[in-house]
Write a protein that binds this ligand. Structure first.
Ligand code: Q0Z
Length: 372
């Protein structure tokens, strides 16, 4: 891009942002439709800005030259929050120390086949954080959770993509619930007719809905390895407390049942999900981590669902299809994503947010105080 063209684009972007900002408090006679258009425009501007950041990263990688081996693999940078100690870092998120609390930050990084792509999906982290926040607020009647705030103690630079949560003593078991037979559950069922020691009816087809949801605990494997499914008795051994394990099963099934029904009414099949729990200072059991997001669950579109084959992922299918089409062998590094794949995937995340919550994505940006 020519220097002057880039300057013009930046100016137009800044002007558009200023106009949106100026219109943030419209007069009461403004029509709802106008408000909605503004909300969408705001999201569009965010997308454009993120895309500029991304292009800048691409440019830096290009300037580094083909000799800079693996340079593209590090473009989708780790989110760094100035002055906060990093507690832990996962494939697509980070955890910072706030003292008695933790700041959980969801990045825009996306993985397929367990490998993170160098290209971020703008707004993905914000969508996932908004979804987690939605579910935390709507499931307190089932189980207390670690959410403290999406604003208090959340630095400006990560507003919208971060939550301040209570620091807990984590239970070392992943609480997986499956309502449909797929993934490792489908593999285990085909080999043994059971999943995590739970016998299932004969003749189930891939992706078929189970007669009732099942609790299939797993243990966190060593870094890089897949989690291992375990039966209930093995989970009791690991945790060292049968009553605790029974309570985790009861809570997990209740949470999943509630969320599945909610999602089904809105066009999304929540095929399965993973919960994590911890104990607070008073020994109370608390729901933790991220909850019922597309990264901790399988979201399938209800439309076109049919047992007997694998289902497309609501959020990641576009990336997966494109990535397999390139002939990539699924070993790191993952290929950078083309612009249309990024944009269409971003649209799917926004759509998931709006379907599940029933509100425009812009409402979350406002509520969380996400800076323009
Ligand atoms: C979450 C994880 C992440 C890497 C530990 N409330 C809590 N108290 C103590 N520990 C945790 C929580 Cl949620 C906790 N993880 C998962 C999250 C990056 C790993 F952002 N591990």
């Amino acid at each position: 891009m020519e220097d002057s063209a880039a300057h013009d684009a930046a100016t137009r972007l800044a002007e558009a942002a200023a106009r949106l900002k100026a219109g943030a408090q419209p007069p009461p006679e403004v029509e709802l439709e106008t408000l909605e258009r503004m909300a969408h425009a705001r999201v569009e501007v965010r997308g454009a800005r993120a895309r500029l950041t991304e292009l800048e990263a691409d440019l830096r990688a290009l300037l580094a030259g083909p000799g800079a081996a693996g340079s593209s693999a590090s473009i989708a940078a780790v989110t760094t929050v100035a002055e906060l100690p990093l507690l832990a870092s996962g494939k697509v998120r980070e955890m910072y120390d706030l003292g008695d609390e933790i700041l959980m930050v969801a990045s825009d990084r996306v993985s397929t086949y367990d490998v993170v792509h160098p290209t971020p999906i703008p707004d993905k982290g914000t969508v996932l954080t908004g979804l987690s926040h939605f579910w935390f607020e709507r499931t307190v009647h089932i189980c207390p959770n670690h959410l403290v705030s999406a604003t208090e103690a959340v630095p400006e630079e990560v507003r919208g993509r971060a939550l301040a949560v209570r620091k807990l003593d984590m239970v070392p078991v992943e609480c997986v619930v499956r309502g449909y037979i797929t993934g490792s559950g489908w593999k285990d069922y085909q080999a043994t007719g059971a999943v995590c020691g739970i016998p299932l009816p004969d003749g189930l087809k891939e992706s078929e809905r189970l007669p009732s949801p099942i609790f299939t605990p797993a243990t966190k494997a060593e870094l890089g390895d897949h989690d291992e499914n375990v039966d209930f008795e093995r989970a009791v051994e690991i945790v060292g407390d049968r009553e605790l394990m029974e309570e985790l099963r009861r809570l997990s099934l209740a949470l999943y049942g509630f969320a599945l029904e909610h999602a089904l009414e809105r066009g999304i099949i929540l095929a399965d999900t993973k919960f994590e729990f911890g104990r607070d200072q008073d020994g109370r059991l608390v729901l933790a981590d991220e909850v019922l997001t597309p990264d901790s669950s399988r979201f399938w579109p209800s439309e076109g669902y049919e047992a007997g084959r694998s289902q497309p992922s609501f959020d990641k299918q576009i990336v997966r299809d494109w990535a397999s089409g390139t002939g990539w062998d699924r070993r790191p590094p993952a290929p950078p994503l083309p612009e249309d794949v990024v944009e269409r995937t971003r649209g799917r995340y926004l759509e998931a947010y709006e379907l599940i919550t029933g509100e425009p994505f812009d409402a979350w940006l406002s509520r969380s105080g996400t800076p323009e």
